[in-house]
Design a binder for this molecule. Structure first.
Ligand code: 3PY
Ligand code: MG
Length: 253
């Protein structure tokens, strides 16, 4: 079988994930067929609910892309659920402490690493393997990624990175900009935010973990890769659609 997302990222391969905000499984499949290595279904700020994620994971797999889900804040029950549905990675927003990171690992990993409850039948079916075979690889092959996007998370970063079972971090430059400026601005590309992001990449790699980041522009993804990030989100479905529609509708100008 082809290598998992976890395997690729641990071998330092760079993966760009599309960002699915519209609760339409077929659109997630279309993104997966457009050259992206992965499709991330967003339940935090996107329109996705548990039903569209359930179908979206299967549709993404049909496209050949890896499937990732960002859950709502502190929704640790949904972490296990989306993994049961076959997600290969989970991104938890607003992980601000070691306790948050431990709760994420608890929900994402089977014992003894965590306390994920047994029921990955759909996930195993999508992989074409038995639940027992799924169990054998699950803790290694399903990724738990913690979003670092506040000053509290920055202060706790080294301790968060030391949490056993946490596979990596995912930087949220929008919230970092908002929180570092005490609510004054959201400028994800600011020097301040990008300097912090570069530092997070270095420290994450030094801890032997996967560094991911949300990118607002294609150029940001290239810059992020130079900083040491390997899992880059770029391409929000809604923005891609509106950009293309804007260009198309201006045909007579
Ligand atoms: C952020 O930039 O804060 C994000 O969460 C990206 O979606
Ligand atoms: Mg955010």
């Amino acid at each position: 079988s082809s290598p998992s997302l976890a395997e690729r990222l641990r071998h330092d391969e760079a993966i760009v994930t599309a960002w699915s905000s519209l609760a339409m499984p077929m659109l997630a499949e279309a993104l997966g067929r457009s050259g992206y290595g992965a499709v991330t279904l967003d339940m935090q700020h996107g329109q996705h609910d548990i039903a569209s994620v359930r179908e979206g994971i299967a549709a993404t797999r049909l496209s050949g892309a890896h499937s990732v889900v960002r859950t709502p804040v502190d929704d640790f029950a949904s972490v296990s659920r989306v993994l049961d549905f076959g997600a290969e990675a989970v991104i938890m927003p607003m992980v601000n402490s070691v306790d948050d990171a431990l709760a994420l690992v608890g929900a994402a990993k089977f014992p003894p690493m965590g306390a994920r409850s047994w029921g990955p039948h759909r996930a195993a079916m999508l992989k074409g393997e038995s639940p027992a075979a799924y169990l054998a690889g699950a803790n290694r092959e399903t990724l738990a990624l913690a979003m670092i996007e506040t000053p509290a998370a920055l202060a706790a970063l080294d301790d968060i990175l030391a949490v056993d079972g946490l596979d990596g971090v995912f930087v949220g430059p929008g919230d970092l900009s908002l929180t570092l400026s005490a609510g004054a601005e959201v400028v994800p590309g600011s020097d301040r935010v990008q300097t912090v992001a570069a530092d997070i990449a270095v420290r994450t790699r030094a801890a032997g973990k996967i560094a991911g980041i949300f990118c607002n522009a294609a150029e940001d993804a290239r810059g992020a890769q130079k900083m040491g990030f390997r899992f880059m989100a770029h391409g929000v479905d809604m923005s891609l659609l509106m950009e293309a529609a804007g260009a198309a509708s201006a045909v007579l100008d």
